[in-house]
Design a binder for this molecule. Sequence first.
Ligand code: CP
Length: 320
Amino acid sequence: MKQFISVNDVIDINELVSQALQYKANPFQDKHLGNGRRIGLMFFNPSLRTRLSTQIAAQNLGMDAIVFNAGGDGWALEFGDGAVMNGTTVEHIKDAAPILGTYFDILCVRTFPSLINREDDYNEKVLSQFIQHVGIPVVSLESATLHPLQSLADAITIQENCTNFTDSRKPKVVLTWAPHIKPIPQCVGNSFAEWMSAWDKVDLTVASPEGFELKDTYTKGATITNNQTEALADADFVYVKNWSSYKDYGKVLANADEWMLTEQSLKHAPNAKIMHCLPVRRNVELNDELLDGNRSLVTQQAANRVWSAQTVLSNILKGL
Ligand code: CP
């Protein structure tokens, strides 16, 4: 593996999930693989799970991990080609990135979208320039459009809870939009839809209010609907997530409380397990009863972030 930016960097999802479950059973089986290697984790945005799980994963492989809060502690970076830097930006990505390439063997970057300029965000203006100029493998810790380490952890979690399914009776996985009070990136929804669509193990349905459909690039092969009740019927896994509008870019939907997931929403899905990447707005996106009940997989999902990151890092290390 040369980089980990999207599902397109993965040859075989099943193989990756299988490797992750082996690491979960035996975390230190490759504890010397990363000896003498250093990984940089650059955060332009806040994080709990991604920051800690990726550090733990690197340590399990014997790597030295350095975290840099680029958003708060770093120089303001310029990304414009030919920019006259007489404003607020201090250092050009063309100068900064190659230096990082000499400090580290792998660079991981978290950079959220603006949710203002759709073209820049969907062209991955920031992450693509790190890839272009750093000269070492890059791992996305959540970019403007995707969150692949989360999606791999989600696939691991589904696999672990996927008993009694066959090729002719695949689990029904529903990604449902949920309310939120502020504009949230489409990354987790895009990424989850892209991974589930690419995975031969599940059937995916994506439900959202009208005008809040994800970009169709990510939902190819999925059933798309604006009817949450119909979508949830007989679901085996329900992934709850808010995202702002792709169409009316960054727009929030107010007064959409009927989309909050509750036990009542699942009256026709008695076996459905509940997923959310966290952090979650309790009693806005879904209620306490579901999050605290037996249906919830959210802690298992977050725990699986370690094995997701460890699997990806080990595959990159083997290719160095
Ligand atoms: N799910 C997730 O990426 O969590 P953090 O934002 O806390 O890293």
